[in-house]
Write a protein that binds this ligand. Structure first.
Ligand code: NAD
Ligand code: ZN
Ligand code: ZN
Length: 361
């Protein structure tokens, strides 16, 4: 018997989302149905709604989720009904060239459910990031479920499923921040503040938070920023250099993903430093840089997909740190909301009022 649940649908570019009935099939081979308990609103959901990711409408939004496994299909091992899981968008295949070289965090052939969730009239839905979790039950590939301690509240745990993991991993994995480093983070939303937190966890001694909104900068301080710069009022490149002995930061993380912020990141870094792009640009954006500067400044220009995380390695570890009181993940949850409030949460995100609105089901 398929499940009939309400889900948040984006039907066209720039159109407000609607809550509609969705049919979720029973899990087939290698699949699982998860009763979603909480799902955070990520800026990437808004990118989907605006047509910035693809034009595969209608989208089923939501992808930062945790819940309880309801049913598993044939051949599923490793999870069973009743398990508390975080959903991930990197269910590694084990077979692709990245996996075979021992770099599963790059997996180029990640698994999603084979069957489709549909609207009542049979229209197939495109689930955001292969998840789609603003709905009561969702269908995923079993490998998209990572079992973690059920002691963690779902609203907190789910955030590791995307933005918070991406930010933490941008600092810890992609940027390889280490003790004594100087780090600057441009854009202090959920992703950027997680990068600030990751830099602190890694032992960075100077952590400069940059945003255009003073409220965001105050929150960034709360996550461990040692300095803040409002880049509407001060040139962020000059400010980072001033705060780092005139040189620039060892690692600069762009958690906005626009040509102007990337350029700031590029020039705010020390010689041989690292730029990490974790914010997601849209298709029309173009970047122009003097090639001589790319060469002459050296170092590494990296992108961070999902914080180069490996869910099976990182989610349980980060939840353990949270439960030990060493990772204040609950500070990311600004508010909990219902399915009908997702559109309003995009507006709040735009006004800078929230780090994360989390839908609780
Ligand atoms: N790489 C990944 O795997 C991954 C995962 C999740 C999200 N993302 C992306 O990360 C980005 C941030 O996501 P979020 O959920 O934190 O968004 P958000 O809207 O919560 O935060 C964005 C922040 O950037 C600030 N900002 C906007 N323009 C700025 C500018 N010009 N200079 C400085 N700050 C500026 C805003 O004030 C806000 O605080 C988005 O592009 C999102 O799609 C990437
Ligand atoms: Zn693979
Ligand atoms: Zn996301």
């Amino acid at each position: 018997m398929p499940y009939e649940v309400r889900g948040v649908i984006a039907r066209g570019e720039g159109r407000e989302v609607s809550v509609e009935n969705v049919l979720v099939p029973d899990p087939g081979p290698g699949e699982a149905v998860v009763a979603v308990q909480a799902c955070g609103v990520c800026h990437t959901d808004l990118h989907y709604r605006e047509g910035g990711i693809s034009d595969d409408f209608p989208f089923l939004l939501g992808h930062e989720a945790a819940g309880v496994v309801e049913a598993v299909g044939e051949g599923v091992t490793g999870i069973e009904p009743g398990d508390f899981v975080i959903l991930n968008w990197r269910a590694v295949c084990g077979q692709c060239r990245a996996c075979l070289r021992g770099r599963p965090w790059y997996c180029f052939a990640t698994h999603n459910a084979t069957q489709k969730m549909t609207l009542e009239d049979g229209t197939e839905l495109s689930p955001a990031l292969g998840i789609g979790a603003f709905l009561g039950h969702t269908l995923v590939a079993a490998g998209q479920c990572t079992k973690v301690s059920p002691e963690a509240p779902a609203a907190v745990a789910g955030l590791l499923g995307c933005g918070v993991m991406a930010g933490l991993g941008a600092a810890l994995n992609t940027g390889a921040v280490t003790r004594g480093d100087s780090v600057a983070v441009i854009g202090c939303g959920g992703v950027g503040d997680a990068a600030v937190l990751g830099a602190q966890l890694a032992g960075a001694s100077t952590i400069i938070a940059i945003d255009v909104d003073d409220r965001k900068l105050a929150w960034a301080r709360d996550f461990g920023a040692t300095h803040t710069v409002n880049s509407r009022e001060n040139d962020p490149v000059d400010a980072v250099r001033d705060l780092t002995g005139g040189f620039g930061a060892d690692v600069v993380i762009d958690a906005v993903g626009r040509p102007e912020t990337y350029r700031q990141a590029f020039y705010a870094r020390d010689l041989a430093g690292t730029v990490v792009l974790v914010g997601v640009p849209t298709p029309e954006m173009k970047l122009e840089l003097p090639l001589l500067d790319v060469f002459g400044r050296g170092g590494a220009l990296k992108s961070s997909w999902y914080g180069d995380c490996l869910p099976s390695r990182d989610f349980p570890m980060l939840i353990d740190l949270y439960l030990q009181g060493r990772l204040p993940l609950d500070k990311f949850v600004t508010e909990t909301i219902g399915l009908d409030d997702v559109e309003e949460s995009f507006a709040k995100m735009g006004r800078g009022e929230v780090l994360r609105s989390v839908v609780v089901l």
